[in-house]
Design a protein. Structure first.
Length: 458
């Protein structure tokens, strides 16, 4: 009974958020906010311990900061409203995850990657994790996790886990289907995806190359294996053919085309466009999978998605708490004070940008959720205050969201990989990814400064 009520509440959050954005009728948004509160109360005892602990700390921080503002209830309400697009994106991605886990084409890709020899395996895992992740989020990553599950050789597990995490996280540089990317673009006024997406894609490809270089220099065994055998040796159940590559390309092109078409054509935000597109796209995809004699069919797909919505309870408390804290802290800072400080100290825009990006990585490493950083930056350190074009600020936050994900022990990616590998999330975040994040943060900051000085985004 509780699962059924939670499912209706999460559906209510999604539906009323979309209706509130499209119609601008206030009570739709009010109903969505009330649904969030009821969902948290109903599901609180079933939230995993780590997510519950972090979420409670964030919510308490939000309550304390809001108490020192002139309008406590208004600040808390704004914090929950800021969380609604995140929850909407999680519900939308859940629709895409179901057919992606059953698609013969995606299963063929997994088998092809698992058959690669040691000399190619890291690069293939990283690239496939990237392109599956940009479309299907953690569902795409889960297709590859059998390679690093508990019991795998320690060196192989570490290297391939890093390939998956770093390839996956690079998608925040450009993919509108990532939660961080979508919300950052929506949070920085005057920015659309076409301004930042193509450049972000080029940066993502550079990050994949850099990850491969770091692995080649520091992580490959000094002595090659005498017999370099692939992981999977059985005959493939899903052979990789030219037709499969074509189907994969069409899946990605049509999915991104639908979303960007709604964003650019109708002026919708990415969360709204994805919320409208994802269920319809998933059902059409499930229909074609069913025609091949596999999959769970239309009703089965919808049933699995609905049953899985209560499982988003952990994400709900984390992102609600993070937005409450971010909005509360931002409300305590007087309007215009940041601009006055920057003007009085005459700090160059390049130094401010570097400080924001390095601070982003450090804050994520110590456990501060990236949402808090994004809310604070977009509210206090606006493009005008920093002295940079809005598109450049958005792109800087996008590329750093992925690095924050890599190094944060509380990110969904590291928590998921920790569960799969049997390692601590602190190990996957700090020991496996911290050296790469340090180098990549400096490279990305340098790239943003070069773009700033070249006039990009003006």
């Amino acid at each position: 009974m509780r699962d059924r009520v939670s499912t209706f509440l999460f559906l209510g959050i999604a539906v009323f958020t979309v209706m509130g954005e499209l119609t601008e009728i206030g009570w739709f948004r009010d109903t969505a906010v009330a649904s969030v509160l009821l969902l948290l109360i109903l599901e609180f005892t079933r939230i995993p311990l780590i997510q519950k602990s972090v979420g409670v700390v964030l919510i308490l921080g939000g309550l304390i900061t809001a108490a020192y503002t002139d309008d406590m209830l208004g600040t808390l309400y704004t914090g929950i409203v800021r969380a609604l697009p995140f929850l909407l994106l999680f519900a939308s991605v859940a629709w895409l995850q179901e057919p992606s886990s059953q698609s013969p084409s995606l299963l063929a890709v997994r088998e092809m990657v698992m058959r690669q020899g040691p000399g190619k395996r890291f690069a293939w895992v990283m690239v496939v994790a990237h392109f599956l992740g940009v479309a299907f989020n953690l569902a795409g990553l889960s297709l590859l996790t059998p390679m690093v599950s508990k019991g795998a050789a320690a060196r192989l597990q570490k290297r391939l886990s890093r390939a998956m995490i770093q390839g996956f996280a690079a998608g925040t540089c450009w993919s509108p289907l990532y939660v961080g990317t979508a919300v950052i673009i929506a949070s920085v006024p005057g920015v659309n995806w076409l301004e930042v997406g193509p450049t972000g894609f080029a940066i993502a490809m550079a990050m994949l190359v850099w990850s491969w270089i770091v692995d080649r220099l520091f992580s490959r065994p000094k002595q090659p294996q005498l017999v370099p055998t692939p992981i999977a040796l059985d005959p493939p159940d899903h052979p990789m053919t030219g037709l499969v590559w074509f189907k994969l390309a069409m899946i990605l092109i049509t999915l991104f085309g639908c979303i960007i078409g709604l964003v650019e054509g109708l002026g919708w935000s990415i969360p709204i466009a994805l919320a409208v597109t994802a269920p319809l796209y998933a059902m059409i995809w499930a229909f074609f999978i069913g025609r091949s004699g596999t999959g769970s069919g239309l009703l089965g797909t919808a049933r699995h998605v609905f049953r899985g919505l209560p499982g988003l309870r952990g994400e709900t408390i984390l992102f609600t708490g993070a937005n409450l804290l971010g909005v509360g802290v931002a409300a305590l800072i007087p309007d215009g004070s940041a601009g006055s400080v920057m003007a009085d100290w005459a700090i160059p825009s390049e130094i401010i940008l570097l400080a924001i990006m390095v601070g982003y990585a450090v804050a994520s490493a110590v456990g501060l959720h990236p949402v808090v950083t994004v809310v604070l930056v977009t509210t206090i350190l606006t493009p005008t205050v920093i002295g940079v074009p809005p598109a450049l600020l958005a792109l800087s936050l996008m590329v750093m969201w992925g690095q924050g994900t890599n190094v944060s022990p509380f990110s969904a990616t590291n928590l998921y990989m920790a569960r799969v590998t049997g390692q601590s999330a602190w190990v996957t975040a700090w020991r496996w990814n911290l050296p790469f994040v340090v180098s990549s943060t400096l490279l990305l900051a340098g790239t943003m400064i070069v773009l700033l000085d070249s006039g990009w985004g003006l």
